[in-house]
Design a protein around this ligand. Structure first.
Ligand code: ATP
Ligand code: MG
Length: 511
């Protein structure tokens, strides 16, 4: 039950990174048993503020009270002892360790000199049953889906006994179904008296989950509001500082030649199980083809096959008239394919490299970026400065390592690079994941611009809104096959939902 006691009070928090104030006088209070949303543009300072609360970084100035006691959270151990746990924006799990090992890492139960795995496993089982967090403790992290990894992160925080829980964009990696389950878990936790801070860019999630919302902009507090008293348009305006148009205006375009032809494609996943089971479709210049579907129905493997990351068992991939089946990544790139991957840190960026270098990742060996094997750094930097401006990438310098950018701004680096490159085919997998509403508006318009210029765009997304608003045609994947093809103007969320669960479309060519 919500009461008015503050469990957290952050006052006048400032965090200076070499002269740049990522937090510049922020106030935040969290009440016992409430769900507080923290909202702000990409780069506004949300993750920084929460890293301060969880002891990962130290504030330059400001005070923090936990349960009305002034504290100095010098390190994560102190945060843990204060009952503060955080699920980070980019997960911090060991891929080759099991779920169980990851959960107990740093908080091991021992029996004499030995680890007591049995006891730990029992505790974890109790926790996962209580909160409906089904994960197999014996599976390796590399074998489970992102949604399951999310649950592992939650279990980790629960196992450590946290009663103040921070979630940094937990839903960015979840599908709509998983989001609903996740919000239920949050309500469950709050009901038991846990106090929760939730960072999300999705305004309708704030409406569904949170009691109050604290808005910050450019490192400063804008205000805190009862969710019942502010609507989404107002929230968007408060956070971006201008009106945001959340409806896309899509003009009709004439389609051109076939840019992508997929014929009876069969692909296996990393565990050698067939997951793409005979896909056929085509995509034309000047067209956006949406691929809808529930996560895990062949999307990953389709994209990996198209981009040369995964071997094709049988079938064909023809790009702009040329058979590109089982070609190398670079050959496919040079054929004119841009790729915005779903996992930005794993496949989209080289984190320790500068923003400049990341913006030239596929083109650094070509003119004008280099000549006769000599890199032209002035050209690379200039190119970066142009894109930083054009795509509103929030960074103090193009020389900054991309790892120091906020999550959403890392995403903008990838999009800027891929859309500015000379390509005919854009494969966009969850392109607006983790972006704020203002940035989404901009990226959607960019994709429509690309379409107007005659590019072909394959848009794979779990956001039905995004698919419905941008696509000219939509194919729905179910169990590695197409369960239906529809046009957004002639379908509904309900019909798409049915197709996504495998109910075939009547009269469909694929039925
Ligand atoms: N270690 C660092 N060194 C320099 N600047 C940093 C560092 N960490 C963060 N910043 C900067 O601080 C600002 C705030 O970043 P933060 O990650 O807190 O944003 P955010 O609100 O979480 O954004 P997003 O929604 O994109 O995740 C950004 O401009 C970022 O580049
Ligand atoms: Mg962040």
């Amino acid at each position: 039950m919500e009461d008015m006691t503050n469990v957290i009070e952050m006052r006048h928090i400032v965090k200076d990174f070499n002269g740049f104030k990522a937090n510049n006088d922020i106030n935040l209070t969290l009440r016992k048993g409430e769900i507080l949303a923290l909202l702000g543009e990409n780069g506004a300072g949300k993750s920084t503020l929460m890293s301060i609360l969880s002891g990962l970084i130290q504030p330059t100035s400001g005070t923090i009270k936990v349960r009305e006691q002034k504290v100095n959270i010098k390190n994560p151990t102190i945060a843990k002892d204060l009952g503060i746990g955080m699920v980070h924006q980019h997960f911090m799990l060991m891929e080759s360790f099991t779920v169980l090992e990851n959960i107990i890492l740093g908080h091991e139960t021992t029996k004499g000199p030995k680890l007591d795995f049995k006891k730990a496993e029992k505790q974890i089982k109790t926790l996962s049953e209580r909160y409906n967090l089904n994960v197999d403790p014996q599976k390796k992290i590399s074998e489970i889906t992102v949604a399951q990894q999310q649950r592992v992160e939650i279990l980790k925080v629960l196992y450590r006994g946290a009663d103040i829980m921070i979630f940094d964009e937990p839903t960015a990696v979840l599908t709509p179904q998983e989001i609903t389950e996740f919000i239920q878990i949050l309500h469950e936790l709050a009901k038991e008296g846990k106090s929760i801070i939730l960072i999300t860019h999705k305004l309708e999630e704030i409406e569904r989950a949170a009691d109050r919302v604290t808005v910050i902009r450019a490192g400063q507090s804008v205000g805190t509001f009862a969710v019942a008293n502010v609507d989404n348009n107002r929230l968007a305006e408060l956070m971006v500082g201008r009106h945001v148009n959340m409806q896309v205006n899509k003009p009709t375009e004439k389609v051109g030649r076939t840019m992508l032809q997929v014929e009876d494609l069969h692909v296996k996943n990393k565990q050698n199980v067939a997951v793409v089971k005979g896909l056929s479709f085509n995509l034309h210049a000047g067209e956006i083809l949406g691929v809808a579907g529930i996560d895990g129905n062949g999307q990953d493997e389709l994209v990996r096959a198209l981009t040369g990351l995964q071997h094709v068992d049988s079938g064909k991939i023809i790009i702009d008239g040329e058979d590109m089946t089982n070609r190398k990544v670079r050959q496919i790139t040079e054929k004119g394919v841009s790729y915005i991957p779903a996992d930005r840190q794993k496949y989209g960026l080289i984190l320790p490299f500068s923003v400049s270098d990341n913006l030239a990742l596929q083109t650094y060996y070509q003119e004008p970026f280099s000549r006769h094997n000599v890199m032209h750094y002035d050209v690379i930097h200039e190119h970066a400065q142009k894109l930083i401006k054009q795509f509103d990438i929030r960074t103090t310098s193009e020389r900054m390592p991309v790892s120091d950018l906020s999550g959403g701004n890392q995403q903008k680096v990838i999009i800027a690079r891929e859309l500015s490159r000379n390509s005919n085919l854009v494969i966009a997998f969850q392109p607006t994941r983790g972006l704020d509403v203002g940035a989404i508006e901009y990226i959607h318009n960019q994709l429509l611009n690309e379409r107007a210029q005659g590019k072909a765009i394959l848009l794979i997304s779990y956001e039905l809104d995004e698919i419905m608003q941008l696509s000219d045609r939509i194919i729905v994947l179910h169990d590695g096959r197409i369960s239906g093809e529809v046009k957004p103007e002639n379908t509904s969320d309900e019909e798409l939902g049915l197709l996504m669960t495998g109910v075939k479309k009547e009269g469909s060519a694929f039925a």
